[in-house]
Design a protein around this ligand. Structure first.
Ligand SMILES: N[C@@H](CCC(=O)NCCCC(=O)O)C(=O)O
Length: 241
């Protein structure tokens, strides 16, 4: 039997389990990543944050593909800034230093091993910070990028830059994405190419691809809109195959 490849999916850290009403710490992912993995005949593995470097190395060796998922704000200490907004409002129940450290290490090791990497939202920000870039800690532009308090998710259009892998894959100049973030890339990391922007100048996609490696980041949630915005399947296919 042909050995199935493994996709490692990073998880969020929380402290509430709705089903049981307990307050134990939990880790969780959006189930869509499991479904996407299965649709490519991959075995999904949920990666829990750890600060044990040997564990991180073993995880990176075990997987074929890495998905850095969305979630909490990355602490600005990882890009040499102090907090300049209400960090605790956005990360009320989740001190995320452990996850931040874990994902930055995991990204670097996975990259050095030549794994294909997809970063979504926070995941794209992890890629940028790991490559020496920085974030704008709180977006203040005319477009709506954050999820509203009642759960309503804004959509906006993005412009795709020519001469990028993203443009090669999608072969379109403009598309739409759903958006649930309040931070964004300020300074691009070394060698990172910004491949899409929103009308207010926010970096919406990045890439760091070569003949040997595929690394793509998306600020919007392409994973959640694959049925209606089918072109995004091409990105998933590019990374996971
Ligand atoms: N905290 C960062 C990143 C936002 C982010 O990843 N949002 C998605 C969270 C939930 C999900 O994965 O669907 C920011 O606000 O910029």
């Amino acid at each position: 039997m042909k050995k199935r490849k493994i996709v490692g999916i990073c998880s969020s850290v929380g402290n509430k389990a709705k089903a049981t009403n307990n307050t134990y710490p939990i880790i969780f992912i959006n189930r869509i990543f499991i479904e996407i993995s299965h649709s490519y005949n991959l075995i999904p593995i949920i990666l829990s944050p750890t600060v044990d470097i040997s564990e991180i190395e073993q995880m990176a060796n075990m997987i074929d593909f890495l998905i850095l998922t969305g979630g909490e704000d990355i602490h600005p200490q990882f890009y040499n800034e102090v907090i300049n907004y209400d960090y605790y409002e956005y990360n009320a129940c989740n001190p995320t230093l452990e996850r931040d450290y874990f994902e930055i290490q995991l990204y670097s090791i996975s990259k050095s091993l030549g794994k294909s990497i997809l970063g979504i939202c926070r995941g794209m920000q992890i890629i940028n910070i790991s490559e020496g870039g920085t974030l704008c800690q709180n977006i203040d532009t005319y477009l709506e990028h954050s999820i509203r308090k009642d759960g309503w998710i804004p959509y906006h259009s993005i412009k795709i830059k020519k001469n990028t892998i993203l443009h090669q894959l999608l072969d379109i100049e403009e598309y739409t994405v759903s958006s649930t973030h309040h931070q964004c890339i300020k300074k691009l990391g070394m060698n990172i190419v910004a491949s899409a922007y929103s009308a207010d100048g926010i970096v919406e996609a990045i890439e760091l691809c070569s003949d040997k490696q595929k690394i793509i980041g998306f600020q919007g949630h392409i994973e959640n809109i694959l049925t209606n915005y089918t072109e995004y399947n091409k990105i998933i296919k590019y990374i996971l195959s």
